[in-house]
Design a protein around this ligand. Structure first.
Ligand SMILES: Cc1cc2nc3c(=O)[nH]c(=O)nc-3n(C[C@H](O)[C@H](O)[C@H](O)COP(=O)(O)OP(=O)(O)OC[C@H]3O[C@@H](n4cnc5c(N)ncnc54)[C@H](O)[C@@H]3O)c2cc1C
Length: 450
């Protein structure tokens, strides 16, 4: 019989924590998970899920416009924010219940409250102490608030899902995927949107053709994109805000959304006190087995600041359970992680960007196709899809697959399997397409553009 209350105490019941808890318990470990807020963490409550529901909500306005070219007469659509928020909250509550059942059915003890480490084997929650053989930190991340005057007047993605009313006008600060997605969401819902990003083009780190194509498409949809634009000050002017930009221009807006990045959520956990090494940004430093500098204390997900995506946190949670409780040493493979930006139109991407492939010394061949998607030949919408393959000339291996266009996120998942399997351009060429789709373009591009 173990001298501890638990074999594994997990702090944070988000994507990674829930996965590690229930799989470890399934392998026979005695597991507890502490959660300070809602089960399911950021993804379910304040991230992927409510965000995607908002993307769906916002896409109906364009669909209504596009229907006219197909013979439909659609009266000018109107959107009811409170109805949407209530329906969305009901769905999230349903998911919270599913997470609770998943944990309980696996035999995991749920401890509600904020946890703190007293030593490597003792966790305190609401004054109660639990002893454990191992600890897993899965506390996620939180929005970074810029150090500018009036920043506290703005909202972050944490608040945007619960605004009481839809802003008529919103200014967004940031150029990452969250800023870009919310620009599309509010634009589709009928809010006037301005996006300010301090760099020359948003979505740094994505392939340059994706970035420039999406910027053109978002501009066509009426979003005011301001690059090299910094918010310097925010002031309250009654029920509105005055936002001063580095150009000297002052913008009046109903809301200011700060989406300039996220930082690991590790403060106040007692980590430094017990000797756990943290990076300058506060991320837990872990080795390839996800173990911190203190033996028996592990960390996964956004709090280790590797790749802040739900499926990555899930893979890391799975690796913990497999290694520690199923005698199956598993190391997470971080290569060729596909991702999507749920902008309008979507981005889907996997593998190396053209710039990174060149930087890594590959002699690359580029295949690119830009065309009007079939639906818009009749809807009349002036929107382009862009698809691109980055190929290593020497080995013929496909290094990167990138797309801006409807359903790009759905299409790229399959491409990620091909890249993982080491597909060559010849494999793509010998694959028969599905007609008529946009996806078939990936297997029919024959002439390199570079
Ligand atoms: C707006 C937004 C949109 C996103 N969209 C996507 C997307 O489309 N696709 C995608 O893959 N990823 C997306 N992400 C990222 C994704 O949500 C995260 O990568 C994922 O949730 C990380 O999981 P995690 O387990 O590390 O942490 P989290 O899911 O953040 O869970 C951490 C949990 O720990 C709890 N906690 C923290 N401290 C304590 C403590 N001391 N005691 C007890 N509990 C504590 C928190 O309350 C939280 O529930 C999005 C994120 C945001 C913010």
């Amino acid at each position: 019989m173990s001298k501890y209350d638990f074999d594994l105490f997990v702090i944070g019941a988000g994507s990674g924590g829930v996965r590690a808890s229930r799989i470890s318990a399934g392998y026979g470990a005695r597991v507890a998970v502490a959660e300070a807020s809602y089960l399911g963490g950021t993804c379910v409550n304040l991230g992927c899920v409510p965000k995607k529901l908002m993307v769906y909500a916002s896409s109906f306005s364009a669909a209504a416009t596009d229907a006219a070219g197909f013979g439909w007469t659609v009266p000018a659509p109107t959107f009811d924010w409170p109805i949407f928020i209530a329906n969305k909250d009901r769905e999230i509550e349903r998911l919270n219940g599913i997470y609770r059942r998943l944990l309980e059915d696996s035999g995991v003890r749920i401890v509600e409250g904020r946890a703190r480490l007293l030593d490597r084997n003792t966790v305190e929650v609401n004054g109660e102490r639990f002893t454990t053989e191992r600890v897993l930190i899965a506390t996620g991340g939180r929005p970074f608030i810029p150090p500018i005057p009036g920043a506290e007047l703005g909202i972050t993605s944490d608040q945007v899902f619960h605004l009481e009313k839809q802003p008529k006008k919103i200014a967004i600060m940031g150029g990452g995927y969250i800023a870009v997605e919310f620009a599309g969401i509010f634009n589709g819902l009928g809010t006037e949107v301005m996006l300010n990003y301090r760099g020359p083009l948003f979505l740094r780190g994505f392939d340059d053709d994706l970035r420039s194509t999406l910027a053109e498409e978002m501009t066509k949809r009426g979003i005011d994109l301001r690059f090299n634009s910094l918010v310097e000050r925010i002031e309250c002017t009654g029920d509105k805000y005055a936002v001063t930009l580095n150009s000297g221009e002052v913008i009046e807006t109903d809301e200011l959304l700060c989406a300039i990045g996220r930082v690991p959520n590790t403060a106040g956990l007692g980590l430094e006190e017990i000797g756990v090494d943290l990076t300058e940004r506060g991320a837990v430093v872990v080795d390839e087995n996800l173990e911190s500098s203190v033996s028996g204390v592990y960390a996964i997900g956004d709090c280790i600041d590797r790749v802040a995506l739900t499926p990555v946190a899930l893979a890391e949670g799975m690796a913990i359970a497999e290694r520690l409780y199923n005698d199956n040493p598993t190391v997470v493979d971080y290569t060729n992680i596909p991702s999507a930006v749920f902008s309008q139109p979507n981005i889907g991407t996997v593998g190396l960007t053209e710039a990174d492939a060149r930087k890594d010394g590959f002699d690359v061949e580029i295949y690119r196709s830009t065309f009007r998607p079939m639906v818009h030949t009749m809807s009349g919408r002036n929107e382009k899809t862009m698809m691109k393959l980055v190929v290593d000339r020497k080995t013929d291996r496909v290094l990167g697959v990138h797309m801006v266009g409807p359903d790009a996120g759905e299409i790229i998942q399959g491409m990620a399997v091909a890249l993982k399997a080491g597909a060559t351009k010849a494999t793509f060429d010998s694959t028969i397409g599905i007609h008529p789709t946009a996806a078939e373009e990936f297997v029919t591009m024959r002439t390199p553009v570079e």
